[in-house]
Design a protein around this ligand. Structure first.
Ligand code: FES
Ligand SMILES: [Fe+2]
Length: 410
């Protein structure tokens, strides 16, 4: 890394408008210190999609998963309430539940046999008589905030987080309750790139669609593609059309249908793609500075039957092919970011407003939690103040006037 972590962190100027801004430096995509800081203050403090409610229908059903290195356990308790806990035993920190999903009446740690009930209370600690000042009530599993959007179950490891409904309100307003969608299957992909490369690619306002995704390009009305940034979310949308014979690849046309395609994103790593009759969620998680995993869950809304089966299979197949096209460019970008020739880039004002918005949110979060705004060089009296973001609601699209001057090359 060219500078120290704090020096590199300060190099992205949150206050610059889109037309003047430069992207976050390449060190942010390659350095282990950024990876560690993001796990702590980004993934450790934001709502994370962790399960589906169809996995958690019966009392005693559970899902155990890992999010950026933190292990979480979600259970439906005997009273029907969904609960989440750090999946960490209070005795010696072993993982309490080691299967990814299932049902249980009690949660028993396999290491020394401590047992918890479905509300996380410690029921039994073998051979613990005579331990001074030890109270079972003080040694239950540590709870984690949990909430839902439709069947999507989110957790938040932070202390007193903002309500999920408030964070996702702009997306819910445009995308609705997600009712009537049925889970089909989930596919996971490991990519040789930083997680932010995948998010940048997702948020580029359709900039890469014509060159990277010919099948998708045949159904999107690119000239009408819009992007709106709202709070911790952004929404890209495009009217759909029937492909014409001039489109060589029309394979998406049977399953990417309806009037409008909606592509929602919530900071930092949640993406949801909604068409008529089909939805998929994408979650990207860091596996290291230059590796990530993308989990894509596919849903359809047609009633069960042979038609629905064929539609679901085709929808998954199209989604899979589009994902492989993205994997190729994302891994290329990571190699380029590691090159000594590249440091920062510029944003397309016309297309990349949501990438800039993501970088601003990320930078503000990292600065606020790493005391950069309140650092030694900050003016006195700024300690503890939040990094201000210039615009909370912005949009770019074909309807918005664009500057006639090309951005200056820096
Ligand atoms: S670590 Fe769980 S019982 Fe010892
Ligand atoms: Fe893409």
């Amino acid at each position: 890394m060219p500078g120290t972590f704090h020096e590199e962190l300060k190099r992205f100027d949150v206050s610059l408008p889109l037309a003047r801004a430069r992207t976050i430096p390449s060190s942010w995509y390659c350095d282990p210190e950024f990876d560690a800081a993001e796990r702590r203050s980004v993934f450790g403090e934001t709502w994370q999609l962790a399960a589906r409610s169809d996995q958690l229908e019966a009392p005693g059903s559970f899902v155990a998963t890992s999010i950026a290195g933190e292990s979480v356990l979600i259970v439906r308790d005997e009273g029907g309430l969904l609960r989440a806990f750090f999946n960490v035993c209070r005795h010696r920190a072993a993982c309490v539940v080691t299967e990814p999903e299932g049902t249980a009446r009690r949660l028993r740690c396999r290491y020394h046999g401590w047992t918890y009930d479905l509300a996380g209370r410690l029921l039994g600690a073998p051979e613990f008589e005579g331990v001074a000042d030890f109270r079972r009530d003080d040694n239950g599993l540590v709870p984690v905030a949990i909430d839902r959007w439709g069947q999507l179950v989110f957790v938040n490891f932070g202390h007193r987080p903002r309500a999920l409904s408030e964070v996702l309100a702009p997306l819910r307003e445009k995308m609705g309750t997600l009712a009537g969608l049925r889970f089909v299957e989930q596919r996971s992909y490991e990519l040789a790139c930083n997680w932010k490369v995948f998010v940048d690619n997702y948020l580029d306002g359709g900039y890469h669609v014509n060159s990277v995704h010919p099948s998708l390009a045949s159904v999107l009305q690119y000239a009408q593609y819009r992007t709106e940034c709202m709070g911790l979310t952004s929404l890209q949308s495009s009217p759909l059309r029937a492909p014409t014979p001039k489109h060589a690849d029309r394979s998406a046309s049977s399953v990417r249908v309806g009037e409008t395609a909606l592509y929602g994103w919530a900071f930092p790593n949640f993406m949801v793609n909604l068409y008529s009759g089909a939805m998929d969620t994408n979650v990207v998680l860091p596996l290291g500075p230059d590796r990530c995993r993308v989990d894509i869950a596919f849903y359809i809304s047609r009633p069960a039957g042979p038609d629905a089966g064929a539609f679901a299979a085709e929808s998954v197949e199209v989604g899979h092919r589009i994902q492989l096209e993205d994997v190729g460019v994302c891994e290329d970008v990571q190699r380029g970011l590691a090159s000594k020739s590249y440091d920062t880039g510029r944003y397309s004002v016309r297309r990349e407003v949501a990438v800039h918005h993501f970088h601003q949110l990320l930078a503000a979060r990292l600065r606020d939690t790493n005391q950069v705004a309140a650092g030694a060089d900050a003016p006195s009296g700024t300690a503890g103040k939040k990094t201000p973001l210039p615009n909370s609601r912005r949009g770019r699209g074909a309807a918005n006037p664009q500057p006639s001057r090309a951005p200056r090359k820096g």
